[in-house]
Ligand binder design. Structure first.
Ligand code: 3HC
Length: 312
């Protein structure tokens, strides 16, 4: 087959919503786009373990500790499915990890903010996992098969994470005045960074046009951000918390909320590596990787020994 036939076959698959599989022909830029997005997503899951892991030893009860431990483990699992999906595009795990550890690869801006109180764990579950699902539900229908299939399980787990976060906030909001204040303070600090998770406004998003054309993303950054606001505002009202946005107002005509503009200068600063915790997150991740060196060596030596025994 020549290149035009390959391209026509690829376009026909996209048009009929037939997933593209690892051995199928695909344009080089589609492959690169996917490696970029899937690996950033994987890194976000792995770095996302850190702000929450920070609270495992300080969770207020055994039940809370068990739930948080399970959630953090889930995030590790998500990272692994996503690294596997990225590897099917012809890049090795070592290369992907190297890009993360050297600071070359991006991961979600949100994980560069600190978790200062227990209420932050509620806010992260409710808002951060809530924003993640809003974005990820459409990725279950993304055009690349291995990514779409990984997202099915991830979405189920993220949905549980969102509910556990909301439940923490609900309990705090119904608690003492200090507990309610702590919940409100967490909402105040996490609201705007959560809106930034969806990425820059559509007109400033260089990757959206191709992502939509190739059916990698099915909706734009702004569409998803709007849906997140529409869904989350009533949840805040239900538990008596206030969204920290003076411009927030129901718009009957569009059947959605009008809302203020996130501080895009802050967003650009965080993704450029200068957020409150960027350095700490990368240092911690690198330390964990280096400390795990002996485990990787032992596993490789064991596998080699097993292979020799099988061959003998
Ligand atoms: N944090 C860091 N970087 C971001 C970002 C964010 N919140 N939003 C956008 N960017 C980066 C993009 O990666 C891109 O950089 P690059 O060209 O150097 O790669 C640049 O800013 C311009 O943004 P675009 O809108 O053009 O980029 P995309 O079309 O890729 O959209 C995205 C960004 C919405 C994050 C998209 O990549 C996406 O949907 N990714 C999959 C989902 C994902 O990664 N989620 C991470 C959330 S956290 C998570 O899932 C963990 C869970 O446990 C909570």
């Amino acid at each position: 087959m020549d290149n035009t036939q390959h391209e026509n076959g690829f376009e026909a698959k996209l048009a009929s919503n037939t997933s593209i599989e690892p051995k199928d022909w695909m344009p080089e830029n589609y492959r690169k786009h996917l490696i970029r997005q899937i690996s950033q997503h994987a890194h976000s899951e792995i770095i996302g373990m850190l702000p929450e892991g920070n609270w495992i030893t300080r969770a207020p009860s055994l039940r809370r500790k068990m739930v948080l431990l399970a959630k953090v483990q889930d995030e590790g699992g998500h990272g692994l499915y996503l690294y596997s999906a990225a590897e099917t595009l012809g890049i090795s795990r070592d290369e992907l990890l190297d890009q993360l550890h050297t600071g070359k690869a991006k991961y979600s801006s949100i994980f560069n903010y600190p978790t200062l109180t227990w209420a932050d764990i509620g806010a992260v579950g409710w808002l951060v996992d809530g924003a993640a699902i809003m974005n990820q539900v459409m990725l279950q229908r993304t055009s690349y098969g291995p990514y779409a299939r990984a997202m099915v399980r991830i979405c189920k787990e993220e949905s549980f994470h969102q509910r556990q976060g909301y439940e923490i906030m609900m309990v705090l909001a119904r608690g003492t005045a200090e507990q309610k204040e702590m919940a409100q303070d967490a909402l105040n600090r996490w609201w705007w960074p959560s809106l930034m998770m969806f990425g820059p406004p559509d007109e400033k998003s260089p990757n959206t046009a191709n992502a939509i054309k190739w059916k990698i993303k099915r909706e734009s950054n702004d569409q998803l951000r709007q849906r997140f606001v529409n869904q989350t505002v009533p949840q805040a009202e239900l538990i008596g918390l206030t969204i920290p946005d003076k411009d927030l107002k129901w718009n009957e005509e569009k059947k959605g909320y009008d809302f203020g503009t996130p501080d895009w200068a802050e967003f650009n600063n965080v993704i450029a590596g200068n957020g409150p915790c960027n350095k700490e997150r990368l240092d911690t991740r690198n330390r964990a990787h280096n400390n795990g060196q002996w485990v990787r060596q032992a596993a490789a030596a064991y596998a080699e020994k097993q292979n020799k025994q099988v061959a003998a």
